[in-house]
Design a protein around this ligand. Sequence first.
Ligand SMILES: [Zn+2]
Length: 98
Amino acid sequence: MGIFDKLSNLFAPKGDTYGYWVVVKCNQCGEIIKTRIDLRNDLSLRYDEQGKSTYYCRKVLVGDQHCFQKVELQLTFDVKRKLVDRQISGGEFVDEQE
Ligand SMILES: [Zn+2]
Protein backbone atom coordinates (compact mmCIF):
# COMPACT_ATOMS: atom_id res chain seq x y z
CA MET A 1 0.00 0.00 0.00
CA GLY A 2 2.75 2.46 1.03
CA ILE A 3 4.35 2.93 -2.38
CA PHE A 4 1.06 3.88 -4.06
CA ASP A 5 0.34 6.46 -1.41
CA LYS A 6 3.69 8.03 -2.09
CA LEU A 7 3.12 8.02 -5.83
CA SER A 8 -0.28 9.65 -5.59
CA ASN A 9 1.19 12.33 -3.36
CA LEU A 10 3.76 13.06 -6.06
CA PHE A 11 1.08 13.75 -8.64
CA ALA A 12 -1.31 15.62 -6.40
CA PRO A 13 -2.71 18.84 -7.94
CA LYS A 14 -1.19 21.00 -5.22
CA GLY A 15 2.24 20.36 -6.75
CA ASP A 16 0.93 21.55 -10.12
CA THR A 17 2.31 25.10 -10.09
CA TYR A 18 1.44 25.92 -13.69
CA GLY A 19 -1.91 24.23 -13.84
CA TYR A 20 -5.14 26.13 -13.28
CA TRP A 21 -8.09 23.79 -12.92
CA VAL A 22 -11.54 24.81 -14.00
CA VAL A 23 -14.68 22.84 -13.16
CA VAL A 24 -17.82 23.52 -15.16
CA LYS A 25 -21.28 22.06 -15.41
CA CYS A 26 -22.89 21.53 -18.80
CA ASN A 27 -26.20 23.37 -19.18
CA GLN A 28 -27.63 20.64 -21.35
CA CYS A 29 -26.99 17.44 -19.39
CA GLY A 30 -25.52 18.60 -16.08
CA GLU A 31 -22.27 16.76 -16.60
CA ILE A 32 -19.34 18.04 -14.56
CA ILE A 33 -16.35 18.67 -16.78
CA LYS A 34 -12.90 19.38 -15.39
CA THR A 35 -10.17 20.92 -17.41
CA ARG A 36 -6.65 22.04 -16.76
CA ILE A 37 -5.36 25.30 -18.13
CA ASP A 38 -1.61 25.28 -18.57
CA LEU A 39 -0.50 28.72 -17.43
CA ARG A 40 2.68 28.46 -19.49
CA ASN A 41 1.26 27.21 -22.78
CA ASP A 42 -2.44 27.95 -22.98
CA LEU A 43 -2.38 31.69 -22.40
CA SER A 44 -1.89 34.40 -24.97
CA LEU A 45 -0.73 37.89 -24.15
CA ARG A 46 -3.13 40.75 -24.80
CA TYR A 47 -3.19 44.49 -24.23
CA ASP A 48 -6.27 46.22 -22.88
CA GLU A 49 -7.41 49.79 -23.63
CA GLN A 50 -5.04 51.20 -21.03
CA GLY A 51 -2.12 49.38 -22.60
CA LYS A 52 -1.97 47.03 -19.66
CA SER A 53 -1.02 43.49 -20.53
CA THR A 54 -3.16 40.55 -19.55
CA TYR A 55 -3.24 36.90 -20.43
CA TYR A 56 -6.21 35.45 -22.19
CA CYS A 57 -7.36 31.91 -22.70
CA ARG A 58 -10.31 30.57 -24.63
CA LYS A 59 -11.30 26.95 -24.38
CA VAL A 60 -14.20 24.92 -25.69
CA LEU A 61 -15.19 21.86 -23.70
CA VAL A 62 -17.46 19.01 -24.65
CA GLY A 63 -18.50 16.35 -22.16
CA ASP A 64 -18.22 12.69 -22.97
CA GLN A 65 -21.70 11.53 -22.04
CA HIS A 66 -23.30 11.58 -25.49
CA CYS A 67 -24.01 15.24 -25.27
CA PHE A 68 -22.84 17.62 -27.95
CA GLN A 69 -23.33 20.84 -26.07
CA LYS A 70 -20.24 23.01 -26.23
CA VAL A 71 -19.20 24.86 -23.14
CA GLU A 72 -17.04 27.83 -24.00
CA LEU A 73 -14.72 29.41 -21.46
CA GLN A 74 -12.94 32.72 -21.67
CA LEU A 75 -10.48 33.41 -18.91
CA THR A 76 -8.40 36.49 -18.29
CA PHE A 77 -5.34 36.49 -16.05
CA ASP A 78 -3.15 39.35 -14.94
CA VAL A 79 0.61 39.40 -15.59
CA LYS A 80 1.16 37.37 -12.43
CA ARG A 81 -1.15 34.75 -13.91
CA LYS A 82 -3.85 35.36 -11.34
CA LEU A 83 -7.42 35.02 -12.60
CA VAL A 84 -9.10 38.41 -12.96
CA ASP A 85 -12.10 37.70 -15.18
CA ARG A 86 -14.02 34.72 -16.49
CA GLN A 87 -16.90 34.23 -18.89
CA ILE A 88 -18.78 31.10 -19.81
CA SER A 89 -21.44 30.09 -22.27
CA GLY A 90 -23.26 26.78 -22.53
CA GLY A 91 -22.61 25.94 -18.91
CA GLU A 92 -21.77 27.32 -15.52
CA PHE A 93 -18.74 27.43 -13.28
CA VAL A 94 -18.63 25.06 -10.34
CA ASP A 95 -16.40 26.29 -7.57
CA GLU A 96 -14.89 23.44 -5.66
CA GLN A 97 -14.57 23.72 -1.94
CA GLU A 98 -11.01 23.40 -0.88
ZN1 LIG B 1 -23.67 18.06 -21.73
